[in-house]
Ligand binder design. Structure first.
Ligand SMILES: O=P(O)(O)OC[C@H]1O[C@](O)(CO)[C@@H](O)[C@@H]1O
Length: 532
């Protein structure tokens, strides 16, 4: 039997056992949690027991996770379908030296980081101004990995944002760029065009729109543009002066890129010192991922918990539920990080995957979600493993009572998922309300919670830049570890290409230049309706 089969067999033969029973073993909570770097990850409210954990760790070992991890950190070309190294970790370890193809790539990383810092300080301190005075607003135009990370972090770290206001435009829907620019003064706005390739249609279209918006009001719009890209020739062709271009290498994947120049808008908003603290947090998690034995290793155990729930127990989705309003965009960020990385149907060698790929990731901040979709999580027929996140304190000391309520809600949800409410308990509740007979039975059944629903909880002290760095690096390494164990390449994204190609081919059909005769009947009819 393979380890996957061992795990499935073990799950099938033990799935009738309630998770709550596992707490009869002494030290369950302590033994199935990890405290590291000020974070606390609890996975005791899952059905993973000592035997299952042992098998999962053997699975990780058998996948050569440790050597793949070391290859990643040292610049090995582990992105085999694109023949690239994977070195976003180097962006947050800027004092180190890392060799790729025989040369140290870090002097350039350091030089770009220093230029970013100078630029951010010059903007924040008013040494670089717009044509109408001090820069008040920065608009990041990018999409996917050139948007989601900094956009998520700008909200997460808003208590630290003491510079120009940060805005983000991503969607090719003109409503997005229109609505963001509508409130801004072109003479005091800086536009940062962020695109690794500088070819992405959404970003280039929005950048042109922003340039026209500026050209209407100020003499030299190019002077208020900066660019973040690996394609210096294309940024030059767009007219952005080289001193305003912040480059990075192809070994930084788009969805892993917020630690470098893609974080420029964030750096301008929160300042280089806070940005550095964010990098330091990421690096602290790198060190932990590299050094801790698997059983004490937060990213590894988070990955193994995910694999247990999806590939072994068959739960196809997982909910990410931050009890932190400022992490409102974390689920969207993780959707790209996890689903673009591990949504693959073939293994690294091109063979069909024999197990399911990564799960559907979704979520909303608590407590809002409680009043929306938690009904299904508690009483629906499908089990949805939940990942709760919660800080010990917020940034509003005068509202500490609200934070206590928030924390109580978070822990109450995982407790309710674990315990549920039995028919007898529900009957007692209904009987106390005076119901009897058939009506009591009927009403009680609606109030039963099956319980035995798994969840994990990640606790952190406070959502500082350092802690956000730890959390994001934790998830990055979790995705990496899951990908290695599944045998897939987490660093390419061929699955986004076909739609892009077809969109380009359809545009002339919409504009009437082509008749669309090669298209299927549905697509032709939809185009005809939209054009009519
Ligand atoms: O930074 P770019 O090159 O504009 O790409 C944006 C995004 O598009 C994608 O390639 C997917 O379409 C992502 O991987 C990437 O983050």
């Amino acid at each position: 039997m393979t380890l996957w089969e061992d795990l499935r067999f073990y799950h099938e033969t033990h799935s009738g056992r309630p998770i709550l029973d596992l707490f009869k073993a002494e030290g369950r909570a302590e033994n199935f949690s990890i405290a590291a770097g000020g974070l606390y990850f609890d996975y005791s409210k899952t059905s993973i027991d000592p035997h299952a954990r042992g098998l999962l760790i053997r699975l990780a070992e058998a996948s050569h996770l440790a050597s793949r991890r070391d290859a990643m950190f040292s610049g090995g070309k582990i992105n085999e379908t694109e023949n690239r190294a994977v070195l976003h970790t180097a962006l947050r370890n800027i004092d180190a030296s890392v060799m790729v193809d025989g040369s140290d790539v870090m002097p350039e990383v350091r030089a770009t980081h220093a230029r970013m810092q100078d630029f951010a300080r010059d903007i924040r301190d008013g040494r670089i101004t717009g044509q109408g005075g001090r820069i008040t607003d920065v608009v990041n135009i990018g999409i996917g990995g050139s948007d989601l990370g900094p956009a998520m972090a700008a909200i997460a770290l808003s208590p630290y944002a003491d510079g120009p206001r940060a805005h983000f435009v991503s969607n090719v829907d003109g409503a997005h760029v229109h609505d963001v620019l509508a409130g801004l003064n072109p003479a005091t706005t800086l536009i940062v065009v962020a695109s690794k390739t500088f070819t992405t249609i959404e970003t280039m279209t929005n950048a042109e729109t922003a340039r026209r918006w500026m050209a209407d009001k100020i003499a030299d719009p190019a002077a208020q543009f900066a660019a973040v890209s690996t394609a210096a020739d294309k940024t030059a062709a767009f007219g952005i002066p080289p001193e305003r271009v912040f480059g990075f290498a192809d070994w930084v994947g788009g969805r892993y890129s917020m630690w470098g120049p893609v974080g420029l808008t964030l750096m301008i908003a929160i300042g280089p010192e806070h940005f550095r603290a964010f990098l330091d947090g990421g690096r602290a998690m790198d060190d932990h991922f590299r050094d801790a034995p698997f059983v004490d290793n937060m990213p590894v155990m988070l990955a193994l918990t995910g694999l247990w729930h999806n590939q072994i127990c068959g739960h196809a989705t997982r909910a990410v539920l931050p009890y932190e309003q400022r992490l409102a965009r974390l689920p969207a960020y993780l959707q790209q990080l996890e689903m673009e990385s591990n949504g693959k149907r073939v293994a690294m060698d091109g063979s069909d995957l024999v197990i399911h790929s990564g799960p559907v990731v979704w979520g909303e901040p608590g407590t809002n979600g409680q009043h929306a979709f938690y009904q299904l999580i508690h009483q629906g027929t499908r089990v949805i493993p939940c990942e709760f996140l919660l800080g010990r304190e917020g940034h509003e000391p005068d509202l500490a009572h609200q934070h206590r309520l928030l924390a109580a809600n978070c822990l109450a949800q995982s407790e309710a998922l674990l315990r549920g409410r039995s028919l007898e308990e529900a009957r007692a509740v209904m009987a106390a309300k005076g119901l009897t007979g058939a009506e009591l039975d009927r009403q009680a059944r609606h109030r039963v919670f099956p319980g035995n629903r798994p969840s994990t909880t990640l606790l952190y002290p406070k959502l500082t830049p350092f802690v956000l760095g730890q959390i994001i690096a934790l998830y990055e390494h979790r995705v990496f570890a899951e990908g290695v164990i599944l045998g897939i390449n987490s660093f390419d994204q061929w699955g986004v290409e076909l739609g892009k190609e077809l969109a380009l081919a359809l545009e002339p059909v919409f504009s009437g230049q082509e008749d669309g005769s090669g298209k299927d009947g549905s697509t032709r009819a939809l185009v005809a309706w939209l054009r009519s």
